[in-house]
Design a protein around this ligand. Structure first.
Ligand SMILES: [Ca+2]
Ligand SMILES: [Ca+2]
Length: 467
């Protein structure tokens, strides 16, 4: 066996072990997620939205801009470029992205092997070519996709980490154990700060087999944890009471970064987008006079409701303070779709009122009769939990993600985040639909966007946590 292939096999074998779903429970959080049913038929293509989330009038569109990736080879570059084997480079390194010269071929990547820079082929099915419509063949060549070869979790070039050790840390927002920030969420009064391991893997973004059949956007994500619930009022209250998320106490520079995306943390230029002080934040959480805000200045009956009317900057700052970060759009989509099961909805196919709060029916009213009572305490629809146990991924509130909006999903996407620092106030991606959204908008593959300074009654967030 050629050296490079042997090296890749050794690395893949070592990484893939332990790549399985894990559950993180805090006291009282016993609701372990189950696999549920697989993807089935479903919904329309990746588009939204009569449930506009923004004052921009954003209504979204398909992330898909091209057709099947199973044909064209026009953009394919080839030749292995896989070199640098046993007698290769001697540069000492820790992070191959930062310490090693970039690989010269799309199907080869730089790695650190025993502290030295080396290269290895990316695995089969890694997208390549000018438009991403070709795929690596596993030996370093970019070729037309032949299908049938699936990138496996843990292979080099797929997720960056896999099978990681899961370490329990109680998020600060639940440290006080107050209503909405203790053991009062979901069935059996579980921890409002519980989170669920999402195992590494690959999937097709926005794809659910039918009717959303655009398979042009493959992605790979590493192990990460995602909070079981949307951020509650009670948890956000801990953040506000700590004086956080305002210009007087902004996040540290670099806080809340994605572990596999350099430069993805907080930047100084965002400080001015926070409210000046806590008093101003409290007032702002009343959603500019919108009647459907969930925040209350004093703890009350809303503590288990998801916090709405928070800006993207505040969601980012909250998650950073809480020991986490916003999920990338790819991660959020992966969790909602059940990864490679490509579910139309987090639980599988088909939707009804037992699965999600949508279409303003959460309070039992007729469809379209919208009230604050349609925003339900987090975890109220356990039958709608996703493959790895996450609640309310469909409906209740749209959820901010880390990514800037772009019509065409970036590809290739290996732990990717679409970020444009020079465009601070450009729209960000929201996912999952809301209590107001029609069924088609709460599909796992659907996406929408809103301006990051928007405060609207149907957008909240949930945090991801790095491994
Ligand atoms: Ca209603
Ligand atoms: Ca949601």
């Amino acid at each position: 066996m050629p050296y490079m292939r042997k090296l890749a096999l050794i690395v893949a074998t070592s990484l893939v072990s332990g790549c399985s779903p894990k559950v993180r429970d805090f006291p009282g959080d016993q609701d372990v997620g189950s696999a549920g049913s697989g993807a089935g038929g479903g919904s329309s293509a990746t588009a939204s939205s009569s449930d506009a989330t923004t004052s921009s009038g954003a209504s979204s569109s398909s992330g898909a801009s091209s057709s099947s990736g199973a044909s064209s080879s026009s953009g394919a570059s080839s030749s292995s470029g896989a070199s640098n084997s046993s007698g290769g480079a001697t540069d000492s390194c820790v992070d191959p992205v930062e310490d090693c010269p970039p690989a010269q071929s799309a199907c080869v990547e730089a790695v650190c092997s025993d502290g030295e820079c080396a290269e290895r082929p990316r695995p089969a099915r890694t997208p390549c070519g000018a438009d991403g419509s070709a795929a690596c063949d596993g030996t370093g060549d970019c070729v037309t996709c032949a299908g049938g070869v699936q990138c496996e979790c843990g292979e080099p070039g797929c997720p960056n980490t896999c099978g990681s050790t899961d370490v329990m840390v109680m998020p600060p927002s639940c440290a006080g154990g107050r209503p909405g920030a203790g053991d009062s969420c979901g069935p059996g009064d579980a921890s409002c700060c519980g989170n669920r391991m999402v195992p590494c893997g690959t999937f097709l973004r926005g794809y659910d087999g039918t009717p959303s059949t655009d398979d042009a956007f493959p992605a790979a994500v590493s192990d990460f944890r995602l909070d079981k619930y949307e951020i509650t009022v009670g948890r956000f209250r801990a953040f506000v009471d700590a004086g956080q998320g305002v210009q007087e106490s902004p996040p540290a520079i670099g806080a809340g970064r994605h572990p596999h995306v350099n430069g993805s943390g907080w930047i100084a230029g965002w400080n001015s987008r926070l409210t000046p002080n806590t008093a101003a934040l409290r007032a702002a959480l009343q959603c500019n006079g919108d009647r459907l805000w969930t925040w209350t200045d004093a703890p009350g009956s809303n503590e288990d409701l998801p916090i709405n009317c928070i800006t993207w900057f505040e969601a980012f700052a909250f998650c950073a303070w809480d020991g986490g970060r916003l999920p990338s759009e790819a991660e959020w989509n992966y969790a909602a779709a059940g990864g490679d099961e490509h579910r139309p909805y987090p639980w599988g196919s088909g939707i009804d009122g037992d699965r999600a709060s949508y279409n303003c029916t959460g309070d039992g009213s007729a469809a379209g009769v919208c009230a604050l009572s349609d925003i339900l305490p987090v975890g109220s629809k356990p039958r709608g939990d996703g493959r790895w146990g996450h609640s309310d991924l469909a409906g209740n509130l749209w959820e901010w993600t880390m990514d800037w909006w772009r019509d065409a999903l970036p590809t290739p996407c290996i732990d990717c985040v679409h970020r444009v620092d020079g465009d601070r106030d450009a729209t960000r991606v929201t996912r999952g639909g809301s209590y107001r959204a029609p069924a088609t908008d709460v599909r796992a593959g659907n996406r929408d966007f809103s301006y990051p300074i928007d405060r609207v009654n149907n957008i909240g967030a949930r945090c991801a946590r790095s491994i």
